[in-house]
Write a protein that binds this ligand. Structure first.
Ligand code: DGJ
Length: 352
């Protein structure tokens, strides 16, 4: 049906000599296919693991770990208007260049991107780590332009707290937070940031003793929802959801969503796509070590929130229209993926 519509529109456009971009809403639909390496517009593998996103105007910027050389990840930036066609912008943070320790003594994981309205600067927060994960620090980098070269601002334990897996969240009032796995993976730390988004100024311990990592927060209709995983290295484990009316207290007990290995993913980001016809939320996760670190896949699928619940269901592919905020043609797991996931569940049970 969709193809008939496309053909009809194409014919009408050719006959009338109209502007295709402006008149053909079908152009705004893209198909997101999971389970394969994403390719950039040059046909190269997209290397943006543990991805963070920022929308500037009508363009989405994605940053993430370039794991092509495994343990010395640079930070790559890509841009896209439809979340499918990604243009490689540049390496915004480079080993040995952005900071002398980066590459040999330090590595970056889970870089996340913020725009600070007060200073007009773009800020990256990330996990700033030693190869044996003993540093447990957060890194902060700043740039005047979104796709510029980011300068090192600091690398330290926020407010003296050991900090690892991380994410950022900006509330409706513009207050930004850094959330990370703290004190040797015991708790989560919610760090309120200064107005310039460069320093942690306050922190609250959440999920005490529950060893959560890969946190990702979204606010939907006045309720905060947080997804997180357990700490099992690069192996997948269940995604848990919790909700609260306040960021600093009242989080509900953790509740498993999805299957026992989060469909072989670990959360990186939750995107809110506000379109002309509605709002859709997209889960972005990493399918690590698939089979090795550089081939870890970025996985994206629509999720929904409401009434203190999260619908978290894997789709192999779906059609997305970021302009209208719609998804359609959600296609479930194929046999090959089901088989791969079952094998991983069995492996985890055997290892327990
Ligand atoms: C899981 C984390 O989420 C990743 O970012 C990475 O730190 C690995 N653990 C390392 O084992």
């Amino acid at each position: 049906m969709k193809y008939l519509k496309i053909a009809a529109v194409a014919f009408a456009l050719l006959a009338g000599g109209m502007n295709v971009e402006a008149e053909n809403p079908e152009n705004d639909w893209v198909t997101i296919q999971n389970g394969k390496m994403w390719k950039d517009l040059d046909g190269k593998d997209v290397q943006a693991h543990g991805a963070g996103f920022l929308k500037v105007g009508d363009t989405w910027y994605m940053i993430g770990e370039d794991r092509s050389n495994k343990w010395r990840p640079d930070v790559n930036m890509y841009s896209s208007k439809d979340l499918k066609n990604w243009k490689f912008e540049r390496k915004i943070i480079k080993n040995g260049k952005t900071h002398p320790d980066l590459g040999d003594k330090r590595m970056i994981e889970r870089p996340k991107l913020l725009y600070c309205p007060k200073t007009g600067k773009y800020v990256v927060w990330c996990h700033w780590e030693a190869s044996d994960y003993s540093a447990s620090e957060a890194g902060v980098f700043v740039s005047d332009t979104v796709n510029g070269e980011y300068k090192f601002h600091s690398g330290s334990r926020p407010l003296g707290v050991k900090s690892r897996d991380c994410n950022v969240f900006v509330d409706d009032d513009g207050t930004a937070y850094f959330i990370s796995t703290i004190e040797e993976n015991q708790h989560l730390g919610l760090f309120k940031l200064s107005d310039d988004y460069l320093e942690a100024v306050e922190y609250t311990e959440l999920f005490r003793g529950m060893s959560r990592e890969a946190p990702a927060i979204v606010k939907v209709d006045g309720t905060y929802y947080m997804l997180s995983s357990a700490c099992t290295g690069w192996d997948p484990n269940p995604c848990m959801m919790s909700y609260s009316k306040s960021l600093t207290e009242g989080w509900s007990p953790l509740e498993q969503i999805g299957d026992d290995i989060a469909f072989d993913t670990q959360a990186a980001s939750i995107l809110k796509i506000e379109g002309t016809k509605g709002t859709v939320y997209l889960y972005v996760g990493d399918r690590w070590m698939d089979p090795d670190l550089p081939e870890s896949k970025t996985i994206m699928f629509p999720i929904s929130f409401g009434n203190n619940k999260c619908r978290f269901e894997y789709f192999d592919s779906f059609d997305l229209n970021v302009k209208t905020g719609e998804v359609e043609n959600l296609t479930r797991s194929n046999r090959e993926n089901m088989f791969k996931q079952t094998k991983k569940v069995i492996k985890r049970i055997v290892e327990k």
